[in-house]
Ligand binder design. Sequence first.
Ligand code: FES
Ligand SMILES: [Fe+2]
Length: 405
Amino acid sequence: MNEVVNHRYANQFAEFGRGPVSVEPSRSPTWFEDERLAIFNRCWLNVGRLDDVPQPGDYLARTVDVWNTSLLLVHGRDGRVRAFHNVCTHRGNLVANEGKGNCRGFLACPFHGWVFDDTGRLCDVTDAGNFFDLDRSRLGLREIACDVWNGFVFASLDPQQSLTEYLGPLTQRKLTRYPFDQLTTRFTYQADERVNWKVLLDAQQEGYHVPYIHKRTLSLSFPESLTRFRSLLMEVMGSHRLLSTGPSAAPFSPTPTGKVAMKFGPNSLEAFAGGGDATAYAEAMEGVFDFHVIFPNFVIAVLYGTYFTYHMWPIAADRTLWEVNMYYPQPANAGQLFAAEYGKVGLRDGLLEDASTHERTQRGIASGAITHFQFQDEEFACRHGHEAVMAWVGQWRADSSATAG
Ligand code: FES
Ligand SMILES: [Fe+2]
């Protein structure tokens, strides 16, 4: 595995070319606005997991900057999870305070007390008799398309197709057999960074940087990456992609603390190195680290016994909220809790190393000193990501000018 072959992906995915890729979409506010309309308003975005709202009546409200709205997810008493704009139809106040809670089937706006049920219907208006021909049937919460795949809740402002069609070939991959339901302990990190969302994603979707940025951390799991990193495979699935890393060919030397953690449960370095019970995951994984980018801004990265997700939430052309969620089995004893904590801080350290490049890269491309990125073959996922963005924006611009004409 990890055989050293050059230009493998350029040959496999010849239609994406080999040339430099423009930096303009990663720094231009005009591009950012077009991406918002062409991509973020029309794609299915992951907005959480079912266990964010596990019980009937549970809700989650959060700002989605790229939609310029507050999103409300509600688990109805009928078992369905629905998404709404968290915006009262009286005068626009937020109906639910942002965060999680249980509404027992009804949400009352704190401003004047209008009440909506868990299907979004307006069911009570304070002092209704003093209004003028209110049509309550048209004043429910404004619903947003919402669907669930494998426990992941997606929503879309203007879906172009069903969620299953949108995910396409991804729904046929091994990932569907990954035991997400068994990994329910979650740790979350967030970072608000002065970086374009694509620059942030690109720093994650290649292994070329590992021997430099991660020389004291992840390089320990992949000693051979110090010379030439080669991934196990990449797959293109429409606008989505998979980047898989195979087990290290060289022996892995965990730190003394890592050795202790490995006795009790999965931790990041061990899992990256392919430790743990490979047979239990053979049906669910291609390599030891499968990094799925679900276009545009969601990543599901699975390892043996632990997985993590990224959301790159765009705020501006040069600003992104990076949200990282890490999932482990529910610890059954102190040793397993220690292993999970060890894995958590290990991944955090690796991500901080990655983050050291984000704002510096953004400043670099904002300077105008370079006009293009030079992607080598192991950076094919970056190339594919930029091509997918350009294809969505290009199509939208063509459709818009056809409509305008
Ligand atoms: S704004 Fe919600 S009740 Fe008035
Ligand atoms: Fe990294």
